[in-house]
Design a protein around this ligand. Structure first.
Ligand SMILES: Cc1ncc(COP(=O)(O)O)c(C=O)c1O
Length: 240
């Protein structure tokens, strides 16, 4: 990041330190402090998108980067749209020091406020006994879906490298040799299955051939069946 700041003159870095979408990986604990030090040296801001904290599965999620931010370089963002409902479009941020004051002014001038009824709904839900019950249920459901999908990956997707995510609802699955994610995603769509073409997640040249499979909205049975269909599509697009 040091070299990237120096080369580009950028003043802001965006990352998902706790759980990355789509890889499911976390920033290594030993890289947290050097990263904040680099941001301080370049007088830059770090936007830490903590989108998955409230859709934790069965492993601890690392603390947000802002927990180590003594100089006020981190802007921590998250939202209720994923853990509660897509239509509850209430996001929130945390920051400290001068950057918080600047953000406050920007929010007030640009968008006034989140609609009051939405704020009330969010507040009521977050402070009710239902919130921990809801996130617990969400975890259990998603863990069952993730594990069923991983078991099916092992059955029908041999050698498919995948890291079980600790939060969120995506598998970042490697394509076998000879299979390109673009044609696979396109033909899968024709077969009624929507997956993410992994190439779309790379800024430059893709480092490897991957697809993103989401397991938030499909039952265990649907996902297992879909993976069988996907494996058939995979074999039909494979270049020998
Ligand atoms: C990493 C990441 N950040 C932010 C968002 C946007 O979240 P929201 O739906 O709350 O706007 C998404 C949505 O998919 C996401 O994957």
């Amino acid at each position: 990041m040091d070299a990237a700041f120096a080369r580009t003159g950028a003043r802001l870095a965006y990352l998902q330190s706790a759980v990355n979408n789509p890889t499911g990986l976390s920033l290594h604990p030993e890289r947290r402090r050097p990263l904040l030090e680099v941001a301080r040296r370049h007088r830059a801001l770090v936007v830490d998108d903590d989108w998955a904290r409230h859709i934790r599965l069965d492993a601890p999620v690392p603390p947000p980067l802002i927990a180590d931010d003594v100089h006020g370089h981190v802007i921590h963002i998250s939202s209720l749209a994923k853990p509660v409902a897509p239509s509850l479009r209430v996001g929130f941020l945390a920051a400290r020091g001068p950057v918080l004051a600047r953000l406050h002014t920007a929010v007030v001038t640009n968008q006034l406020f989140v609609a009051r009824p939405l704020q009330e709904v969010a507040l009521e839900f977050l402070t009710s006994a239902e919130w921990p019950r809801h996130t617990g249920r969400l975890s259990r459901t998603l863990v069952a879906r993730r594990d069923a999908l991983l078991a099916q990956v092992r059955r029908v997707w041999p050698d498919g490298d995948v890291t079980p995510p600790r939060a969120g609802f995506h598998l970042w699955l490697a394509c076998p040799r000879g299979v390109e994610p673009g044609p696979l995603a396109r033909d899968a769509q024709r077969a009624g299955i929507t997956i993410g073409d992994g190439d779309a997640y790379f800024v430059g040249e893709p480092a490897d051939a991957r697809i993103r499979i989401s397991f938030s909205a499909t039952s265990e049975r649907q996902a297992a069946d879909a993976l069988v269909t996907l494996a058939t599509v995979r074999d039909s697009v494979a270049v020998q």
